[in-house]
Design a binder for this molecule. Structure first.
Ligand code: PXP
Length: 243
């Protein structure tokens, strides 16, 4: 069954705007779970601009669904993941100057190193998911690393201008899903998904989990987190009706 991973990084972004103690990401995770989130996702960035180490440690103790740790493929983050033991780790590219994760990882740039990261994490019982574009070469490389999952980057689909381009990007994602399934990979997706564009992605072949942050937290500011999470689950299942 298709599941929703709620990315709560933006909750920490608000807290860090004042370097204070609120809003508390742990409380947000609990509320999201009570509203039907199937998992909680956080990205511990190298620059610690939003989520902090203590958040990850506390979430590990409090999350009752599953915890997905987004991380760069660095030694520091690998050590943290091994210590925290998230339920799975999604490995993302990271550049200090970017506003958010801007594109998928290029696995072909350093396949041997990426394979070693998978060996370390999966050897310790932490399934690895590569955040990649839905390109044949990247999907084949993901399978070669031995990782269990890919997370297909949905940014190009989300940002497509016009219906024809949107359909084209959806077809690219669909082809990527079929390729990944053929290679025995499990499939998640995320980035830029909203209440209005999520439904076609939710119906892609083999789709297991959608990781969604910005749209849910933005809506939560206006209507509350529990309602925002509930309504995203309804949108995923095509049962939203009039917003
Ligand atoms: N998946 C990954 C790997 C991401 O890096 C992000 C952004 O942090 C998301 C999903 C969520 O994207 P958005 O905030 O646009 O929903």
């Amino acid at each position: 069954m298709l599941t929703l991973g709620v990315n709560i990084d933006h909750v920490a972004t608000i807290r860090q705007a004042r370097r204070t103690v609120e809003p508390e990401p742990v409380a947000a995770a609990t509320l999201a779970e009570l509203a039907g989130a199937d998992g909680i996702t956080v990205h511990l960035r190298e620059d610690r601009r939003h989520i902090q180490d203590r958040d990850v440690q506390l979430l590990r103790q409090t999350v009752r669904t599953h915890l997905n740790l987004e991380m760069a493929a660095t030694d520091e983050m690998t050590e943290i993941a091994l210590a925290v033991q998230p339920d799975y780790a999604t490995i993302v590219p990271e550049r200090r100057e970017e506003v958010t994760t801007e594109g998928g990882l290029n696995l072909l740039s350093d396949l041997d190193r990426y394979r070693r990261v998978v060996d370390r994490l999966q050897g310790a019982g932490i399934p690895v998911s590569w955040f990649i574009d839905a390109e044949a070469g990247q999907i084949a490389a993901a399978a070669k690393t031995g990782a269990q999952f890919v997370e297909l980057h949905t940014g190009r689909y989300a940002e497509a201008k016009g219906e024809a381009e949107r359909d084209r990007q959806l077809a690219v994602l669909c082809q990527g899903c079929n390729h990944a399934l053929d290679l025995g990979l499990r499939i998640n997706a995320g980035h830029g998904l909203t209440y209005w564009n999520v439904y076609p992605v939710a119906r892609l072949p083999g789709m297991e989990e959608l990781n969604i942050g910005h749209s849910i937290i933005s809506r939560a500011v206006l209507v509350g987190l529990e309602r925002a999470v509930r309504e995203m689950k309804q949108a995923m299942h095509g049962a939203l009706g009039n917003l």
